[in-house]
Design a protein around this ligand. Structure first.
Ligand code: MN
Length: 745
């Protein structure tokens, strides 16, 4: 650890300085008496954190001040939130109680602090505590959304100042951030915070790629700025001529979004054309907003030819998180596509600061202007209203429903409904009404008959067909995506099962009578355990379905053996596993804090090879699996099962005669002999073995997936470079089976 020399006087000076900067940031929302309240909160926070320091050695108070500043400046929150942000760690970490807070700051502040205190401790090393905490946090959304906004500010500051934590903790926090917090920020419309969280998280989970893209961006910075200036100049001229007041500027895209694009399209950095977007922010009065946006659109597309496939009109139909903007992509100088975003000042503020700005405008606009955001909160409440769901299911479903982009679907009468991307006709039916969903037999999409599982597209008009004889089916769960449809189908199936189980109970009672076994709850539990059922209802259900016959019950009666309790089965299993783990003779990977040689296998979802940044994951049935920290499943595993993550690193003496399996995706122009040239390079120049090749080609474009056995990351990178140089090949990238091996085990 670095030594930190403390100069109290200088520190106090710095604290005052930061506090004054905070006050300046609050200024736009300050009203009479606010300054005094903020001062009170600051004094209390300062006093109660007096003896605490952050990992970096800095005084702890720097943290709450910074969180408050983010809340004010970057989210646009008002005095109550500033006060709560300053006090957010006080109850958690010091002797101050909620009663103390209430006496000094009143009920409103206390409620928010209480919410913030409940959702801390996210890194508790116990089971699904993380998911449970996330759920708790969303429960507070029903109370006061400010809790979540302050929590996001807290997370952002922690991410910004994470360099002093140990690597293991960094990975966990970063993964959790990309899995939960960034999507949440996105859903609340906080685009700037979302992008920063994603970038910061990538900086820790995939540092090499992060640094690579950052360096590349920096290299071309001057060139890019010149291009933007040339592109913007004629637009500005015409806007001036027509007397339209506007800011026109270039906005760089985030490192994470560039990386996502490179991966999605398997293209090198050089081929990502939209490293920036042009934004036009115009002054317009409320009634004229839409017309003005289209006027600017017309000016720009007179200058540059638009790509007709890339027009997005979120001015007429705002996104569910409140985002409004008009996007188009035009052909700029030098044959380069450029994305242009057109919006008014009001729309821009909502896009940058999201929720809070949204509410600020609520009063000034007509009542349905933010109905979509209200709808979203209503949906959160709907999902939260289903108390039986376990926390992990909840988080997954929540992500699926509320974080995905939406499609807009019309009813036969022309009403507009928003559904998550990928929603089916059946989801739509449930969205209209539970009974319509439960009795749905099919649908007409744009007047054409389609099955229940038909995926809906933006702008579809859907009519639902029902039959009174229809009932929800088990397999419906395989294709519905909305939480509403899922929970309704599940509860209906449960109800069915309950009825069947009731019959089963009677049958069992009769059978036990003939076997001379007393029907009491103790015996029933013993029978359930004997036949391996989770609960007695499953037992009754299976009896009714004829899965257990009298003969088997007789066997039970004869044996009457002591049931093995299922309690703590998982824990016993884990400790059993750790005991059983053998010490390996030769090891490529060392695991755990002591970097021991213990048994493991490589995860097939990301195929780690020596040189990759890796971690171990303790599975329930398959021992320890080694994943790359940049694995597509990594963030999910870490966010959900942080307590099962183990440190791992490559041993310095990796030797493996076979090599390590790795995938390559190769894209190019289809050409006779290309496959031959590829395999020649792999076999002869590199002496690398191929496990499998699959190649498809469509309209002259060739795409190949090749699994090879390589020595390490250096060899793989060199192979990729050589393959890229083959004429006809346009892209080579490392390839992963996305989502293939998820955390089921
Ligand atoms: Mn904090």
């Amino acid at each position: 650890m670095e030594e930190y020399v403390i100069d109290i006087e200088a520190e106090n000076k710095e604290i005052r300085k930061r506090y004054r900067a905070l006050l300046r940031a609050c200024k736009p929302t300050l009203q009479r008496g606010d300054k005094k309240e903020i001062r009170m909160a600051f004094d209390l926070a300062l006093e109660s954190h007096k003896k605490m320091r952050r990992k970096s050695g800095e005084p702890y108070i720097f943290h709450p001040i910074a969180v408050a500043q983010i809340a004010a400046e970057e989210i646009g929150l008002g005095t109550t939130s500033i006060v709560c942000a300053l006090l957010h760690d006080v109850v958690e970490d010091t002797d101050i109680t909620l009663e103390d807070i209430e006496a000094q700051f009143g009920k409103k502040v206390t409620r928010i602090i209480d919410g913030l205190t409940k959702i801390s401790g996210v890194f508790d090393p116990n089971s699904s505590v993380q998911a449970e905490n996330f759920r708790k946090m969303l429960l507070t959304l029903a109370d006061d959304v400010r809790v979540i906004l302050i929590k996001l500010a807290d997370r952002l500051h922690n991410m910004r100042t994470m360099e002093f934590m140990d690597r293991h903790k960094q990975l966990k926090i970063a993964s959790e951030t990309s899995y939960l917090y960034a999507p949440l920020a996105h859903r609340l419309g906080l685009y700037a915070i979302k992008s920063e969280l994603e970038d910061l998280s990538m900086k820790y989970t995939d540092p090499d790629t992060y640094k690579f893209i950052a360096r590349k961006l920096n290299e071309k910075k001057a060139e890019r700025e010149r291009y933007i200036a040339d592109f913007v100049a004629p637009i500005r001229e015409i806007l001036d001529e027509q007397g339209i007041n506007a800011d026109v500027f270039g906005r760089p895209k985030s490192i994470h979004s560039i990386w996502t694009k490179m991966r999605k399209k398997s293209i090198p950095f050089e081929e990502v054309y939209d490293l920036f977007a042009i934004r036009v922010v115009i002054d317009a009065v409320d009634e004229k907003e839409k017309a003005e946006c289209w006027k600017v659109y017309s000016i720009i597309t007179d200058l540059y030819r638009p790509n007709p496939d890339r027009l997005r009109d979120w001015v007429s139909s705002p996104k569910a998180n409140g985002y409004e903007s008009l996007h188009t992509t035009v052909m700029g100088p030098k044959g380069q596509w450029v994305e242009v975003q057109i919006r008014t000042r009001r729309m821009n503020e909502i896009a940058e600061k999201g929720f809070a700005a949204h509410w600020k405008y609520k009063e000034s606009k007509d009542s349905n202007s933010d109905s979509s955001l209200d709808q979203w909160i209503q949906k959160v409440r709907d999902i939260l209203g289903n108390p039986e769901q376990n926390a992990l299911d909840f988080v997954n479903e929540f992500k699926m429903n509320l974080f995905s982009d939406e499609v807009f679907i019309f009813t036969p009468k022309g009403a507009l409904l928003q559904l998550p991307n990928g929603a089916t006709a059946l989801d739509f039916a449930f969205e209209i009404h539970t009974d319509i969903g439960a009795t749905c037999i099919g649908a007409k999409v744009n007047h054409k008959l389609v099955p229940l599982n038909h995926k809906l597209q933006n702008g579809d008009q859907v009519e639902i067909l029902t039959s009174p004889k229809q009932r929800p089916k088990e397999d419906w769960l395989n294709f519905v995506v909305t939480a509403k449809a899922r929970s309704k189908i599940k509860s209906s199936l449960k109800e069915e099962k309950r009825k069947v189980a009731e019959d089963g109970k009677e049958i069992l009672e009769r059978k036990l009578k003939t076997l001379k076994i007393t029907y009491n709850s103790e015996n029933i539990h013993k029978i359930a355990t004997y036949f391996n059922f989770q609960n007695t209802q499953d037992l009754f259900f299976n009896i009714a379905k004829g899965q257990i016959d009298t003969k088997e019950l007789k066997e039970f009666a004869e044996h009457r053996k002591q049931p093995e309790h299922k309690i703590n089965q998982f824990n016993a299993h884990i400790s059993g596993l750790t005991e059983k783990i053998n010490k390996k003779e030769i090891d490529e990977v060392l695991i755990g804090d002591e970097l021991q040689k213990i048994d493991y296998t490589f995860a097939k979802c990301c195929n780690p090879i020596p040189g990759d940044d890796v971690f171990g994951f303790l599975t329930v049935n398959a021992g320890i699996k080694i994943h790359r920290t940049s694995c597509p499943n990594a963030s999910k595993l870490m966010a959900h099962y942080g307590y099962r993550i183990l440190k791992a690193r490559w041993s310095s003496t990796v030797k493996n005669s076979v090599g390590f399996l790795s995938g390559l995706k190769i894209v190019g122009i289809d050409d006779v002999g290309l496959v031959n040239r590829i395999t020649t390079v792999i076999y002869q120049e590199y002496n690398v073995n191929i496990r499998s090749i699959s190649i498809s080609s469509e309209e002259g474009i060739f795409e190949g997936h090749i699994m090879v056995y390589v020595r390490d990351i250096q060899q793989l990178n060199s192979l990729i470079k050589t393959l890229k140089a083959i004429s006809g090949i346009t892209g080579v990238s490392r390839y992963e089976y996305e989502n293939q091996e998820v955390n089921k085990d």
